[in-house]
Design a protein around this ligand. Sequence first.
Ligand code: SF4
Length: 113
Amino acid sequence: MKEFTCIVCPRGCRLKIDDQLNVTGNSCPRGAQYAKDEVTNPKRMITSIMRVKNRENCVVSVKTSNSIPKGKIFEVMEEINKVSVNAPTHIGDIAIKNVLGLDADIVITKNVK
Ligand code: SF4
């Protein structure tokens, strides 16, 4: 039996999952899925920054559009570090499409004029 806190929403339900992947303590189905993913293939959203090449000392915040496998975080960070964008940027612009084939884009989360 494993226990952890659901991080899918602010309610923070205390989840328990047994070896047969039976989940208790969840208040909604998303928590059950989160618990199963956490023990079989844990995933995380990434937030980071990316260089803006046509502005001096300027970076823009970015995030993954979906959660990615925890074991791929450092490889995705390396991909983010390889790329720089040109201003202007807009919230929602895609900086990297389908990063490493993980079915997640790297999305800009800041407007830069
Ligand atoms: S189980 Fe559902 S209600 Fe509870 S924290 Fe997770 S997402 Fe929120």
